[in-house]
Design a protein around this ligand. Structure first.
Ligand code: ADP
Ligand code: MG
Length: 370
């Protein structure tokens, strides 16, 4: 990432006034549960999105990112289907809630890979909202800011995501998970046990949240809840699996994933508290099997990658992370073993003809820890 404002000056002819950032996140466990009012347990990753912003004297917005350049006027935001919708979604949503903005120039710089299940979208939204809050003196709490990020992505971009991502990038850090109850909005920060580490590998298969698969899973979960007569699948627990099994296919399996996944998040939280790394890892393995077989959001390449990780001697457990249909995997290892395990797993994955990227831990070119 370019830490100097030189690129901004070169592009816009003046320096930025405000700089803000937000990290990507990796969800340890609790997948497709947030929009079902359930539990999630993400941590932040070291990769971040950073924005530089300077106010203008008009209502115009100019924005540049590695993905291209875009311009629009405040009050005339239109969905285009392009990446700039994530910026226009933020300004349109702020204005909808009565916040007064002026025009601005914006430069986005990020090392969170987009479409890899690591929430580059929320990292961008939260970084931008933080910059706008500073530049235009918006009276906005962190929690309210996270809600606005989700609202912009749902209503303007048209991606039916839950609240995990903005909450994670706002409140988690790489050694502190957040346990979030999406029904009440209650969350707590959970320090990771010192002897646990994580490997995150991007499979190289890109997903699109605005694409059909995620939306269809959400609709199926909502249909399952309505057939079972509950407001959300969160209202059910393991004692209800008999009723769940009587749903028509594939709603039975979709609902079974959500009910068992919520139970796994609670058990994972307990395993972290008890410092039982093996129990924690086993829950990651079980979560993957459920995402593969019941939710059906994995892919053959990701199943291979997860399988390689699960067979590694230093790995406690591994799973697909994020919404699925591509994206990244997360594996739990002993502290200090992650860099070597990640390199080994990636090598075996490459030998099968795939091209993945080791993202966590950050490893420098000479093989050491960055
Ligand atoms: P994820 O959040 O898992 O990375 P999404 O599909 O939710 O995947 O969001 C990815 C989209 O967010 C990208 O396709 C792009 O439109 C937008 N985006 C993310 N990061 C950036 C960036 N640095 N610059 C411009 N747009 C970005
Ligand atoms: Mg996203």
């Amino acid at each position: 990432m370019n830490a100097t404002p030189a690129a901004f000056v070169e592009r816009f002819g003046w320096p930025p006034e405000v700089v803000a950032e937000a990290p990507g996140r990796v969800n340890l466990i609790g997948e497709h549960t947030d929009y079902n009012c359930g539990f999630v347990l993400p941590i932040a990753i070291p990769q971040k999105t950073r924005v530089e912003l300077a106010r203008r004297n008009d209502q115009h917005v100019r924005v540049v990112s590695a993905l291209g350049a875009a311009e629009f006027d405040l009050g005339a935001e239109q969905r285009t289907g392009q990446w700039s919708d994530y910026v226009a979604g933020v300004t349109a949503t702020l204005r909808l809630h009565g916040f007064v903005l002026g025009g601005f120039d914006l430069r986005i710089d990020s090392d969170v890979p987009p479409g890899s299940g690591l929430s580059s979208s929320a990292a961008l939204e939260v970084a931008l909202l933080r910059a706008l809050r500073g530049a235009f003196h918006l009276s906005l709490s962190d929690g309210a800011l996270a809600k606005l990020a989700q609202e912009g992505e749902n209503d303007f971009v048209g991606a039916p995501v839950g609240m995990m991502d903005p909450m994670a990038v706002m409140f988690a850090d790489p050694r502190t998970a957040i346990f979030l109850d999406a029904r009440s909005g209650f969350y707590e920060r959970v320090a990771l046990p010192p002897d646990l580490d994580f490997v995150v590998i991007d499979s190289g298969e890109k997903h699109l949240i605005v694409g059909g698969g995620f939306r269809e899973r959400r609709a199926q979960c909502e249909r399952a809840a309505s057939l079972l007569g509950v407001r959300s699948l969160r209202e059910l627990d393991l004692t209800n699996l008999g009723d769940v099994a009587r749903l028509p296919r594939p709603l039975d399996r979709r609902a079974r994933h959500v009910v068992t996944e919520n139970a796994r998040v609670l058990r994972a939280l307990n395993a972290l508290e008890m410092r039982d790394d093996r129990a924690f890892g086993k829950l990651l393995d079980e979560s993957h099997a459920s995402m593969r077989d019941d939710l059906e959001v994995s892919t053959p390449a990701i199943d291979q990658l997860v399988g390689i990780a699960q067979r590694d001697d230093t790995v406690y457990g591994a799973r697909l992370t994020g919404g699925g249909f591509g994206g990244s995997i997360v594996a739990a290892t002993a502290r200090g073993a992650a860099a070597e395990a990640g390199t080994r797993i990636l090598r075996a994955y490459s030998a099968l003809g795939h091209s993945g990227t080791l993202l966590v831990p950050e490893v420098s070119a000479n093989g050491g820890r960055a």
